[in-house]
Design a protein around this ligand. Structure first.
Ligand SMILES: [Zn+2]
Length: 102
């Protein structure tokens, strides 16, 4: 009676999901360039999976991909990852790229 381990793969997601930022828009999984601060360094990650709304343009980076990225960037990889919202709160607000607010 084991639960099947959930694999972190893009193929598990439907290609389109309803937009949470507007009425009627649909977010499609596309590749976008993620820009984020790592300490004092601005790093860019090309071809990062992001959900982009075809109506309002809201961009939501894939949460599981973000989790994988933070593992790659964190020298203490292996420690539990904080939820995305907590992660954003802990970033300096001046350097933080504008988060997608609902
Ligand atoms: Zn939208």
């Amino acid at each position: 009676m084991r639960e099947e381990h959930q694999r972190i793969t893009m193929t598990d997601f439907p290609p389109v999901q309803p937009c949470r930022h507007c009425q009627g828009g649909k977010q499609r999984l596309q590749s976008a360039t993620l820009m984020t601060w790592l300490g004092d360094d601005l790093i860019t990650v090309p071809d990062f999976p992001a959900w982009i709304c075809d109506l309002c343009g809201a961009r939501t980076y894939d949460s599981q991909a973000l989790a994988q990225l933070s593992l790659l960037l964190n020298p203490e990889a292996g420690t539990p990852i904080q939820p995305a919202l907590e992660f954003k709160k802990n970033l300096p607000p001046v350097k933080n790229p504008p988060p997608a607010q609902p």
